[in-house]
Write a protein that binds this ligand. Structure first.
Ligand code: NG6
Ligand code: CA
Length: 504
């Protein structure tokens, strides 16, 4: 090698070394995102859970990085998931909680996180809750659904189509209803009441848990849901079996990936309502149903780590454990949980909940575990799930297509615990907008109409007629609105938010 060549290869080596970690196809880490539903910051042992033990999650935290200021994109499910998979803020697409028969909200012409990973040679799979819509108009549940995970970039899918409290109560595998009897076709309605499964408001005697007026549609497995449904008797899910069915499917997907790096988006139903723990987990916490399903969820996490260990894949798997939005107590079902027993704080010291713009709405329990590359520790970097797209693209050394992931930024080093650098500005979407700038938290005055059922709930959505500004270093629980003392900070943050929202 000539001196000149040596110099240029050294430069190339350095450039690569600084910007990315380059892997051969065989060395590429598997990527698993375990996405829990409605789990709050304080609901896991390492973050102070009181009434329930989460040994499997705590082990991940102890051997990985536990993040204290990492956020989902929004305080509800569909918007957060949309942002995770597209690297785009949910407001850009008006993404909001979807009904069970809503069309797919992800543009299939655009690159997504799984499509990007496929280009990098990954086999991709999603197991669990979807809630991003399916098809493009009225769905025929008796045929393969034309638009869904496949078109979004997943090679394999096994889904709860929307939420556990919405019809249809069936699983979809690769966009077909599992176990459907063609002689008993499925019809679903979110408008007119259709005859079929009895209606909750007419038959309270059939119910395992009583509900608010919004959850009184089709009664299936003793639980009344949002929406009406007819047919598909053989295909109905049993809520109590969710942990086993989903875990077994995720396990199967992992075991099938012998020679290829894979991306698994394991999207649990727990701890969303209806909270109907399997008998194995009933009374496994001191908090009643909400605690029991946390224990059940922890068991699912343990099954995934166990499978990765047994297949010798744990060492080189980047596992991200987190949640889609903050905690909520009874969200439609009266399950007599003792959620706050022993001073358990679902949102930790943070104010708010699911649906709320205060910190507990989006500050998520977040753990990154990758024995081969990540050193155990705690990180206070200010991070958002919107950035996983570009950070993972950097990890696998894959370009992001032009126009894709417009809001995503590369924070790979921080996600891997190698830097404490976080976002300069971080958007928190709810029924109004929150913006973080270091220790400062700005909340825009009320901006969208809020559904009545949110107002009726015991949650604190956070919108006010006036601006709110908190100093989280001194006041992490957002108790003292000090916007009048800091007009200059308010101005900077207001302007930045306007730029993000492109109002200017
Ligand atoms: C709300 C439901 C709530 C829950 C939520 C979605 C009512 C009154 N409430 O609309 O029960 O299903 O949607 O939760 O309809 S999420 O975690 O998927 O965002
Ligand atoms: Ca959720």
């Amino acid at each position: 090698m000539t001196f000149k060549n040596l110099i240029s290869s050294t430069i190339i080596f350095f450039l690569l070394g600084v910007n990315s970690i380059v892997f051969s196809q065989k060395e590429k880490p598997n990527i698993v995102i375990i996405y829990v539903d409605d789990l709050g910051f304080g609901d896991i042992g390492v973050n102070g859970a009181v009434g329930v033990k989460t040994p499997n999650i705590d082990t991940l935290a102890k051997n990985g990085v536990n993040f204290t200021d990492a956020h989902c994109a929004a305080a509800t499910c569909t918007p957060s998931r949309y942002s995770l998979l597209t690297g785009s803020y949910a407001f850009r697409n008006n993404a909001a909680i979807l009904e069970g028969d809503a069309p797919l909200i992800i543009d299939t012409k655009k690159e997504t996180l799984p499509k990007m990973l496929k280009k990098a040679g990954y086999t991709t799979g999603v197991v669990g809750k979807w809630h991003l819509g399916l098809g493009k108009g009225k769905i025929d549940w008796n045929k393969r659904i034309p638009l869904g995970p496949k078109e979004v970039g997943f090679d394999y899918s096994f889904l709860i189509p929307a939420t556990g409290d919405r019809v249809p109560c069936v699983f979809l595998e690769n966009q077909k209803v599992v176990g459907l009897d063609v002689n008993d076709p499925i019809t679903v309605s979110y408008g007119a009441r259709i005859e079929g499964y009895p209606w909750g408001f007419k038959h309270p005697e059939l119910l395992k848990q009583h509900t608010d007026p919004y959850h009184q549609g089709a009664v299936i497995n003793g639980i009344s849901r949002i929406g009406y449904m007819k047919g598909g008797k053989n295909a109905l899910w049993v809520d109590e079996d969710f942990p086993y069915v989903l875990t077994k499917t995720a396990k199967g997907f992992i075991e099938n990936q012998k020679n290829n790096p894979f991306f698994l988006y394991f999207s649990l139903h727990d701890i969303h309502q209806p909270r109907i723990a399997n008998i194995k987990f009933v009374e496994s916490s001191t908090m009643g149903p909400r605690g029991d399903v946390i224990a059940q969820m922890d068991w699912c996490v343990g099954q995934i780590t166990k499978t990765l260990k047994e297949t010798n894949l744990l060492e080189n798997t980047l596992l991200i454990f987190t949640s889609d939005n903050g905690p909520i107590l009874d969200d439609g079902y009266v399950d007599y949980a003792r959620e706050l027993v022993g001073n358990h704080k679902p949102g930790g010291i943070y104010r708010g909940s699911k649906y709320s713009v205060y910190e507990a709405g989006t500050r998520m329990p977040t753990i990154v575990h990758w024995p081969k590359k990540v050193k155990p520790g705690i990180s206070s970097a200010l991070l958002t799930q919107v950035d996983l797209y570009k950070s993972l693209a950097c990890l696998v050394n894959q370009d992001v297509e032009k126009g894709a992931a417009p809001d995503s930024q590369d924070f790979l080093k921080s996600w891997l615990g190698k830097s404490n650098k976080g976002r300069e500005f971080l958007l928190e979407e709810a029924y109004t907008y929150g913006l973080r700038m270091g220790k400062w938290k700005y909340i825009k005055p009320k901006n969208k109409p809020v559904p009545n059922w949110i107002v009726q709930k015991y949650v604190d959505p956070g919108f006010r007629e006036e601006v709110q500004l908190f100093n989280l270093d001194e006041d992490p629980s957002e108790q003292r609105n000090i916007y009048k003392n800091h007009p200059e900070i308010v101005e900077v943050m207001e302007q930045k938010l306007n730029v993000i929202l492109k109002l200017n």
